[in-house]
Design a protein around this ligand. Structure first.
Ligand SMILES: *[C@@H]1O[C@H](CO)[C@@H](O)[C@H](O)[C@H]1NC(C)=O
Ligand SMILES: *[C@@H]1O[C@H](CO)[C@@H](O)[C@H](O)[C@H]1NC(C)=O
Ligand SMILES: *[C@@H]1O[C@H](CO)[C@@H](O)[C@H](O)[C@H]1NC(C)=O
Ligand SMILES: *[C@@H]1O[C@H](CO)[C@@H](O)[C@H](O)[C@H]1NC(C)=O
Ligand SMILES: *[C@@H]1O[C@H](CO)[C@@H](O)[C@H](O)[C@H]1NC(C)=O
Ligand SMILES: *[C@@H]1O[C@H](CO)[C@@H](O)[C@H](O)[C@H]1NC(C)=O
Ligand SMILES: *[C@@H]1O[C@H](CO)[C@@H](O)[C@H](O)[C@H]1NC(C)=O
Ligand SMILES: *[C@@H]1O[C@H](CO)[C@@H](O)[C@H](O)[C@H]1NC(C)=O
Ligand SMILES: *[C@@H]1O[C@H](CO)[C@@H](O)[C@H](O)[C@H]1NC(C)=O
Length: 341
């Protein structure tokens, strides 16, 4: 007996079962569905999943990621206060820009913050959850621990020396659009901020020589520091070195310096090596016959409540300032006229 024969017999038996029923087409279809409803249900479910799963799990995350990539971030206010060697209070306002027709909820996330291109980030900031709507403001208010104070020093130095500074903000927030499931997106934004631009415009609009010295200081006055950035920075008590032609001539002090956006006019105290200055003026090769002396000013230290802030010290030391001060006029005002000698 061959296998083929057995198969034919079986097929005949099968046909024999259906043949006597002789139902109408509609009734046959109805019977078919009644019997195989589960198969149709599975087929329907598979069709729904085949269509919707790629939408939910492939297209939706991609659309969400694209919307996040296309969004912009502007930092409109940044307040650095209460600095310690390894932390500070950060109060920041960011404005989200989004042209997307979707307005998903972005969940709170940890953002790693670094100077663009730096080897290491300097901190991690907790960004609060926000509904992604064009122009929405995000407020960050937290004590920031500096994971890498040296990297923050590089950032502070870049802010000091440059017209613009790029900050990189990186994180993987959860995102949810309407009834769709929560998905995770990569947030990798570079935010360009204005820097202090070498304190361009720094000036000493007025100063006075105090004879005798008052509280150990022999000079006072005001300094003018323009701040084109949106940053308010508490820098503590600053000590700056004064030099003339590379020769140390004393130090100047800016106490409790809080640099605000815009123009800052700040009281200054100094201890100038008056003997060295008088010696310079009385020497035969005095190059400053008119009494106007170019003082070089460089950072010495930034101290906040007794603690040295290395990152600000480094940023200050990286910058060179020169101001021309009319010393003859100041001495004359103090009762010492050298211009006639
Ligand atoms: C969006 O940004 C992520 C992370 O930076 C990147 O991997 C991806 O290629 C970007 N996608 C598009 C569509 O630009
Ligand atoms: C920063 O925000 C905190 C918390 O809201 C607030 O207590 C503090 O006064 C703010 N500091 C500054 C300098 O705005
Ligand atoms: C962000 O800043 C850029 C450039 O200054 C500006 O074109 C853009 O409109 C700003 N976006 C928002 C949301 O403020
Ligand atoms: C973020 O994007 C920048 C360029 O835009 C890239 O250099 C950097 O590697 C990205 N960061 C991460 C963690 O993917
Ligand atoms: C600076 O010193 C001069 C002269 O001693 C004095 O008249 C003036 O009040 C002082 N200014 C400040 C801000 O201390
Ligand atoms: C700051 O000072 C500059 C020059 O002294 C002046 O042009 C500018 O208007 C001042 N800005 C503000 C906000 O006072
Ligand atoms: C800072 O000033 C002190 C004297 O007050 C001096 O000994 C020290 O060398 C200075 N440091 C720098 C980096 O200028
Ligand atoms: C700055 O120095 C003055 C005088 O020594 C002191 O009273 C003040 O607390 C100091 N400020 C800071 C922020 O350390
Ligand atoms: C400041 O002067 C020092 C020494 O002269 C120099 O090494 C440094 O590059 C200068 N910095 C800037 C920003 O010009």
């Amino acid at each position: 007996m061959s296998v083929t024969k057995a198969h034919v017999e079986e097929a005949e038996t099968g046909a024999g079962v259906v043949a006597p029923a002789k139902q109408s087409f509609g009734a046959r279809v109805g019977a078919h569905f009644k019997r195989f409803w589960w198969a149709h249900l599975i087929f329907f479910v598979i069709c729904v999943l085949v269509i919707s799963l790629p939408v939910v799990y492939v297209a939706y995350p991609k659309i969400a990621q694209d919307a996040v990539n296309d969004s912009t971030l502007n930092i409109t206010q940044m307040v650095i206060s209460d600095p310690t060697p390894d932390s500070f209070q950060l109060n920041q306002t960011q404005v989200l820009g989004s042209k997307s027709p979707y307005h998903p909820q972005i969940y709170e996330f940890e953002a790693v913050v670094s100077l663009l291109g730096a080897a290491a980030p300097f901190t991690t900031v907790r960004v609060p959850g926000v509904k992604s709507v064009d122009g929405v403001e995000i407020h960050v208010e937290q004590k920031v621990d500096l994971s890498d104070a040296a990297a923050f020093g590089d950032y502070a130095t870049a802010v000091m020396l440059n017209e613009e500074v790029s900050l990189n903000i990186y994180g993987t927030p959860g995102l949810k659009q309407g009834a769709l499931p929560k998905t995770t997106v990569t947030y990798n934004k570079t935010v360009v901020m204005k820097g202090l631009n070498k304190l361009e415009g720094f000036a000493v609009p007025d100063f006075h020589i105090m004879i005798p010295a008052v509280n150990g200081y022999n000079m006072n006055g005001t300094v003018y520091i323009p701040n084109p950035s949106v940053m308010t920075i508490s820098m503590g008590n600053l000590t700056l070195n004064l030099a003339v032609n590379g020769k140390a001539m004393g130090q100047t002090y800016l106490n409790d310096l809080v640099l605000k956006p815009g123009n800052n006019t700040i009281p200054m105290l100094a201890n100038v090596n008056q003997a060295a200055i008088l010696t310079m003026f009385s020497s035969s090769d005095n190059p400053y016959k008119d009494g106007i002396v170019p003082f070089q000013i460089t950072g010495n230290s930034s101290v906040y409540h007794g603690k040295n802030l290395d990152y600000f010290t480094k940023a200050l030391a990286a910058n060179n300032l020169t101001v021309n001060l009319n010393v003859y006029q100041a001495l004359k005002e103090a009762g010492l006229d050298l211009s006639s000698t």
